[in-house]
Design a protein around this ligand. Structure first.
Ligand code: MOS
Length: 697
């Protein structure tokens, strides 16, 4: 038998689409535990740093319908092995504003929320330290940045090369705290049966959450089941365990009932992570023809006092362009903030904003077209690791994008085109994201009638996994979509890492392909005769591609945008954009387009709107709702032309796919900022580019 490639690549409609449209796909809040559900509401700290001096739940406890008020005084003890903000209600110390200091359980959510206001809490507050600055004396170098990557990289003599360079750029870019804001609020429904816990949960990977709950309650792995068949967006905020998941389980244990805990939109600004702010100094040196001689990318960002999260912001500068002399550094300040976490292309998103803005500044300084500048600095191999690419199509993305957008003949002068009161410009920037794979197990069974069941704890966070993974499985088994039953989103299924790092489908898909191959081999060696019980095969992948050490693996892309700025109000519009990607095999043309499109829109949103404003006196995020925290909506988005290139990569994994969830956001903010400069002649180096910045002196 040979594998018939017929479903991978097709733009198949989401198999879960009808259920979602009809409202019959059960999200965490809508699961049916088979008994009445009690509701949890949270009492949160009103100070940013200090200690609880008095906590009186008496009045709340007396309200009709209240089942319990759980505080640090009466909460069950959790394992001492919990880190960061997971030891909920275990101490009187306060580490950030919004920290949970008590939980109310009641028969209805209305009663629970009303009772929150009746819990009396007093604090001894200390002044918070929340201001990030590149001049803080306490900045430190973490042992490594995320993913075990080196904190710093130094090649050659950067300072010497900068001093000798014909043209230099030295600019500092700042990005603010951002919050993920998926449509579905973080929600956990918890039920205990004896010492066995079931958590219906909104997360990016049930196994990840289950592991922390096993630790928290000192259980055996088989005693915790996390179920997450449908998730309404995540962007990284649902990748790791947050306090509410531990809390839901803890509260359910206390009251002996199934409970549900749904964070409010406001609570998601303190209890579900955020993107660290960054201060990035970029220095580029080039010869008169625009060939880079030096790249320096120095990053300052924050982490929480109670946790170290070291974002790998400068890492894209290690792969994007050729230059003999190079330096990247990361420094952290420990502040009184909630723990930051990963947010769509953590590292690459702010890092590519800075690098691709600096490249635009360099192009102008040299008098060279910014597309041409990038073409001249295309590296033949990975410029820091000194190994070949598995595949790299940045040049083709830039050329194709320029063609589709109509870039040729662009007037390079900034601030000279008007259309009525609108200033008009265009901008370009590149995109990149690593292509990785991690461990995933898989089980495939075939029954006596030839029906296949594929089991793997993959996740669909709205990206299309239900469909794309079924396409991969059907092809691998040589049947149609309806010949396969896929089971994902349940920690009882074979182990798989969560949907994150754009490596979900690369990992789960490889596991499915290899397991299917083994199943077919066994079927063939048995002469095709199935016992009445059918056949089950366990397989999977252990981790990264075997070629990961000898090939550098990344997806690439290029964004082109038109930017219009209202000279009277400073309003910024992006009426049209072109994005071209090369990310290896595209499994589902329809859901992939949505991922690229969503990534670009999120980058546009970062460029123009998104900023969590911290009140430096009290430490909280003042605009903690969707009225104050603006995200781009349909009215902010113009015509967007999304396409991708054929790219055959035999090294990344069994399917040749590189992952598509994150590359689209990288570079998008730089393209908009570069277009804004071209329209106005003003270089805004601190995002977001809000209307007021047009009028800054
Ligand atoms: Mo994504 S930020 O890797 O969940």
């Amino acid at each position: 038998m040979t594998t018939v490639e017929r479903l991978v690549g097709a733009g198949i409609d989401r198999v879960d689409g009808p259920a979602k449209v009809r409202g019959t796909a059960p999200y965490a809040y809508e699961q049916d535990p088979g008994e009445p559900i009690a509701h949890v509401a949270l009492v949160q700290s009103t100070v940013n740093r200090g200690r609880i001096t008095r906590l009186d739940p008496t009045r709340a406890e007396a309200l009709p319908g209240v089942l319990a008020v759980i505080t640090p005084a009466n909460a069950p003890r959790l394992s001492g092995d919990l880190a960061s903000d997971l030891p909920v209600l275990q101490s009187l110390d306060v580490h950030y504003q919004g920290q949970v200091v008590a939980a109310v359980v009641a028969e209805t959510s209305e009663v629970a929320r009303a009772a929150v206001g009746e819990v009396l809490v007093e604090y001894a507050a200390e002044p918070p330290d929340v201001r990030l600055s590149a001049r803080r004396p306490d900045l430190y170098a973490p042992a490594h940045v995320m993913g075990g990557q080196a904190t710093d990289s130094v090649i050659g003599d950067v300072d010497g090369a900068l001093a000798a360079a014909a043209v230099t750029v030295d600019a500092t870019y700042e990005t603010p705290v951002q919050h993920h804001n998926p449509i579905e609020m973080h929600t956990s429904m918890a039920r205990w049966d004896g010492d066995a816990l079931t958590l219906w949960d909104a997360d990016q990977g049930p196994h990840t959450i289950a592991k922390d709950l096993v630790t928290a309650f000192e259980l055996e792995p088989g005693q915790v089941r996390v179920v997450s068949p449908y998730v309404g967006g995540a962007f990284g905020s649902k990748a790791f365990t947050h306090p509410h998941q531990v809390l839901a389980a803890l509260v359910a244990r206390v009251v002996g009932r199934t409970v549900v805990l749904e964070l409010t939109r406001q609570q998601m600004f303190s209890l579900a992570g955020h993107r660290t702010p960054t201060i990035q100094r970029i220095r580029l040196g080039a010869d008169p023809e625009g060939r880079l001689t030096a790249i320096s990318h120095e990053v300052v960002e924050h982490t929480a006092r109670i946790d170290e999260f070291a974002e790998q912001t400068a890492t894209p500068s290690r792969v994007m362009y050729a230059a003999a002399n190079r330096r990247t550094t990361h420094r952290l300040a420990r502040l009184d903030v909630p723990p930051p976490t990963i947010m769509r292309a953590p590292g690459e998103t702010p890092g590519m904003y800075a690098l691709e803005s600096a490249m635009d500044e360099l192009a102008h300084a040299i008098g060279l077209d910014p597309v041409e500048l990038r073409l001249r600095n295309e590296p033949a191999e990975d410029p820091e690791r000194g190994i070949p690419w598995s595949s790299r199509s940045l040049v083709a993305c830039l050329r194709t994008g320029a063609e589709r957008f109509g870039w040729a003949g662009r007037d390079p002068r900034p601030g000279v085109r008007t259309d009525g009161r609108w200033l008009v410009g265009t901008g370009v920037a590149a995109a990149t994201y690593p292509a990785r794979r991690r461990k995933a197990d898989c089980r495939i069974s075939v029954d006596g009638r030839g029906r296949y069941t594929v089991e793997i704890d993959g996740s669909d966070i709205g990206t299309g996994t239900w469909t794309a993974l079924a396409q991969i499985a059907a092809d691998a088994l040589g049947v149609g979509m309806d010949g396969v039953e896929l089971r994902i989103g349940d920690s009882r299924l074979p182990f798989a890492g969560g949907a994150g790092g754009s490596m979900g489908l690369a990992s789960w898909g490889s596991a499915v392909v290899l397991t299917a191959r083994e199943l077919r081999r066994r079927l063939e060696s048995s002469g095709g005769s199935l016992s009445p019980g059918g056949l089950t095969v366990d397989g999977g992948v252990d981790g990264p591609s075997p070629h990961a050490g000898e090939r550098s693996m990344h997806s690439f892309g290029a964004h082109f945008v038109e930017v219009r700025v209202d000279a009277d109000t400073g309003e910024v519009r992006v009426p049209r954009a072109t994005s071209v990607y090369a990310a290896g095999t595209i499994v589902n043309a329809k859901t992939a387009r949505s991922q690229f499109l969503g990534g670009f829109c999120m980058g546009l949103s970062m460029a123009l709107h998104e900023e969590s404003v911290q009140d430096e006196r009290f430490g909280h995020y003042a605009n903690h709702d969707l009225a104050g925290y603006h995200v781009a909506t349909n009215a902010d988005i113009g015509e967007i032309d999304i396409s991708w290139l054929e790219e055959d990569d035999p090294y990344v994994n069994e399917l040749g796919l590189k992952g598509i969830g994150e590359v689209g956001i990288t570079g998008a903010a730089a393209a908009v900022a570069n277009g804004y400069w071209h329209a106005t002649g003003r270089r805004v180096r601190d995002l977001p580019i809000t209307p007021d910045k047009f009028f800054r002196p």
